[in-house]
Design a protein around this ligand. Structure first.
Ligand code: UT7
Length: 328
């Protein structure tokens, strides 16, 4: 690897709610089948929050696990960056609630609303803060309770999403391992294809409730097309920029939205599925939580080992997309 990294991942963690909802459970709720969901998405089950679960508590649990893995006391965290579009409240930032729960009293805390790309946006910010000397340790979290903004009568969306949080502690590189590069991008002309249209200042909650605008809306087929292109582009771009090819990648961690998008991304960079981390069957689409959860599982299962080059790629509402190259 030619470029010397400034920062590296020191520890990761994940958290999920207790309840599991299977495709068979969904068959009893809407006009769908396990067969359709598996064939069109690869999803078999997903975790679902109960009334007491909050995004902040899930994120704090994932963050605590990451701090423990990194052996870093919470007071040493300089910034908490939380990727979420389903925060506890519109403001203050959910990252501030997480800060309080962790006792990370010396940190600055803020949210990033980059949907499914939220974790990679956060990773980029963390790397930049450390490279510029503005922070030493940054806790990057991706966490969502998407099922709270799910329309449970819409079979086109309600079968897709799940709730979870994943986190990573980013700190100074040891000179060999670390974040080699990050790439983020967005296209604000396509906001309407994946959004929650109400509840903000444009359509306030009272109006939005009546119009069913407090739910996630997605033009699935359109989003699918853009996701395939953008994730392939983001993967190719970061490899080319660093004079690498798919052969140099030991593990691809793609955003887990749909098995068909994962297959297309792997094919675009010439990677066999053995070199791709896949857990969409167990979690569904957990938006910003998807990549840190996959990374945490991959480390736990030995799928990511010391010296491995990992390529991460994501795409989401905005549209936003991005990639990261990390040497473990
Ligand atoms: O997280 C980042 C952004 N999100 C994504 O990346 C998701 C991108 N999109 C997708 O993954 C896919 O477009 C979906 C999984 C959402 C949908 O798959 P599709 O193959 O694009 O299906 P479709 O929307 O074209 O629908 C095909 C058919 C339709 O029936 P007709 O019109 O052909 O008779 C739908 O009504 O499947 C029907 N359908 C369902 N059938 C059974 C849609 N949802 C369901 C369902 N169960 N849950």
């Amino acid at each position: 690897m030619s470029k010397k990294p400034n920062s590296m991942i020191l520890g990761t963690g994940r958290a999920v709610p207790k309840r599991v909802l299977t495709n068979f459970d969904l068959e009893k709720m809407v006009d769908t089948t396990d067969e359709w969901i598996k064939e069109r998405t690869g999803i078999e089950r997903r975790y679902i929050a109960d009334e007491k679960d909050t995004t902040s508590a899930l994120c704090a649990d994932a963050g605590r696990a990451a701090l423990q893995a990194a052996q870093l006391p919470a007071e040493k965290v300089d910034a908490i960056i939380l990727g979420t579009v389903t925060g506890d409240v519109t403001f203050p930032a959910t990252a501030c609630y997480v800060q309080e729960m962790l006792g990370a009293e010396n940190a600055a805390a803020f949210d990033i609303a980059a949907a499914c790309t939220g974790f990679l946006y956060g990773l980029m910010m963390a790397d930049s803060l450390i490279a510029s000397g503005k922070a030493q340790h940054v806790l990057v979290i991706g966490g969502e309770i998407l099922t709270r903004i799910t329309d449970w009568t819409d079979r086109a969306t309600c079968v897709l999403f799940g709730d979870a949080a994943g986190a990573a502690v980013v700190g100074p590189s040891d000179g060999k391992r670390g974040i080699i590069d990050t790439f983020i991008k967005s296209d604000g002309r396509l906001t309407h294809l994946l959004c929650m249209p109400g509840g903000g200042t444009k359509v306030p909650p009272d109006v939005a409730l009546a119009e069913k605008m407090m739910f996630l809306r997605m033009e699935g087929r359109e989003v699918f097309k853009y996701a395939v292109t953008a994730m392939g582009d983001a993967a190719e771009h970061i490899l080319a920029k660093n004079n690498l090819t798919g052969d140099d990648v030991d593990l691809l961690i793609p955003h887990q939205a749909n098995m068909r998008i994962i297959n297309a991304t792997a094919k675009r960079v010439g990677l066999p599925l053995e070199k791709v981390y896949i857990n969409v069957q167990d979690y569904g689409n957990t938006s910003a939580a998807s990549i840190p959860i996959a990374m945490n599982e991959a480390l736990e299962k030995g799928r990511l080992k010391s010296g491995d080059c990992c390529l991460m790629v994501a795409f989401g509402g905005g549209f936003t997309w991005g990639s990261a190259l990390v040497q473990f």
